[in-house]
Ligand binder design. Structure first.
Ligand SMILES: [Zn+2]
Length: 412
């Protein structure tokens, strides 16, 4: 949360969109990285869920958690074919205040406004908060929606481990979720007639378009790969420079090769944002170094080709240092084209706002394989996201709420 957002000078609302962001502003602050670290079933996540339930109950909504740890708040009776809006409350390590929470507080605010105007929904309606959207604890993004749709196998999910070596199954148990019941949830899917996610934009698209909001057109194909370099662990002082097989150097060469491969493939993106050295001592040549690759492209084939090219370059880089490299896929999401009919309906009801592709993955993208989904983006004046610097102005946030309110009024 930044000062200008908490004390913004735009029009205040009775219920208070940004008071929602204010109320959670101290939850999960990361004093080392800055920003927030809010991860699945850890104390900050529990506090955020309690906050959400309390906020929802104040609006007269009925709160429940499904068997994959996603939290629902129903406006009126539960039922199939509901209009569902929402996002997530978890963050990347050291993330910003808006990615996820803006969609959740905007959904609550839009419902508040509809209630205050005397509007009565003709269809079931719910706010849905997905679990572990960022994949920060167990490594798989959109965990809650992937489990719900069956895109992630329940056995594989239960065996995932966090940085402390705690399995997802054990963490679920500790959070009161029965690990045996994780997995495809047809009851929950039948409940969602369509899903609309409002989200802060994570690039500079809306700055260029000069609009506070847009409707999403597509999501890039994207995935995560673990690259493990193996060399020879040895003494940093006693080993001559010519006698080394240092996997850290293989990783270093590879990072440049990854950048070069992505630059040579227009529209593609490739990032190495995480590295782990074994054993990780200052006076020790590593025996093994793992890095994680995030690669994205507009089409599935282009993303696959990029990773094939990167794999070849990484192997070359490793060989040049007398090391080996193994590239293993950890997750994959094909390119998403959002439901055209729903997209066009949103654009019409929002008086012709622009449409915009995004390079970021979202639960709305995962759900799109099973039901119509749409997204509304709110302008990010710096284009910075997944960082404490992430920001949106109060006026743009309020424009987002107004858009969501308008869409709900039309869909319900
Ligand atoms: Zn997000």
């Amino acid at each position: 949360m930044t000062e200008s957002a908490t004390t913004g000078t735009g029009p205040a609302t009775a219920h208070g969109l940004l008071s929602g962001l204010d109320e959670i502003a101290e939850i999960g602050r990361d004093t080392r990285r800055g920003g927030y670290s809010r991860h699945l079933w850890q104390p900050a996540d529990r506090e955020l869920r309690d906050w959400f339930a309390e906020r929802a109950v104040r609006l007269g909504l009925d709160v429940e958690t499904d068997r994959n740890g996603n939290t629902w708040a129903w406006w009126g009776p539960r039922g199939d074919d509901a209009i569902v809006v929402g996002s997530h409350l978890d963050s990347v390590p050291g993330g910003g205040a808006y990615d996820g929470p803006l969609g959740v507080v905007s959904a609550l605010e839009a419902i508040y406004r509809l209630q205050a105007s005397g509007f009565r929904p003709a269809r079931p309606c719910a706010v849905l908060v997905f679990a572990e959207e960022e994949g920060s604890r167990f490594g798989i993004a959109c965990l809650g929606s992937r489990l719900m749709t069956g895109a992630l196998d329940a056995d594989r999910a239960r065996a995932l481990v966090d940085a402390e070596g705690i399995s997802l199954g054990a963490a679920a148990s500790a959070a009161g979720i029965d690990p045996a019941r994780l997995g495809e949830d047809r009851t929950a899917l039948a409940r969602i007639g369509l899903f609309v996610e409002l989200h802060v934009e994570q690039g500079r698209g809306l700055i260029d378009l000069g609009s506070p909001v847009a409707v999403a057109s597509s999501i890039l194909a994207h995935g995560r790969w673990r690259v493990t370099f193996t060399g020879e662990g040895n003494h940093a002082g006693a080993t001559r420079m010519t006698d080394r097989r240092d996997p850290m150097l293989a990783a270093g060469r590879s990072m440049l090769a990854v950048r070069d491969a992505a630059v040579a493939s227009p529209g593609s993106r490739a990032t190495i944002g995480r590295i782990e050295a074994v054993p990780g001592g200052t006076n020790v040549i590593s025996s093994q170094v793992a890095v994680w690759l995030d690669a994205r492209a507009t089409e599935d084939a282009a993303a696959r080709d990029l990773v094939t090219e990167i794999t070849a370059r990484v192997s070359e880089a490793a060989a040049a240092e007398g090391c080996t490299a193994v590239v293993a896929e950890e997750s994959w999401s094909g390119a998403v084209a959002f439901d055209p009919a729903l997209r066009d309906r949103l654009v019409r009801s929002l008086h012709g706002v622009p449409t915009l592709p995004t390079g970021a993955g979202h639960d709305a993208g995962v759900l799109s394989s099973r039901l119509p989904t749409a997204m509304i983006f709110v302008r990010n004046p710096t284009g910075i996201s997944h960082s404490p610097e992430e920001f949106a102005t109060l006026d743009d946030c309020l424009a987002g709420v107004t858009a969501l309110e308008q869409v709900l009024r039309e869909l319900l």
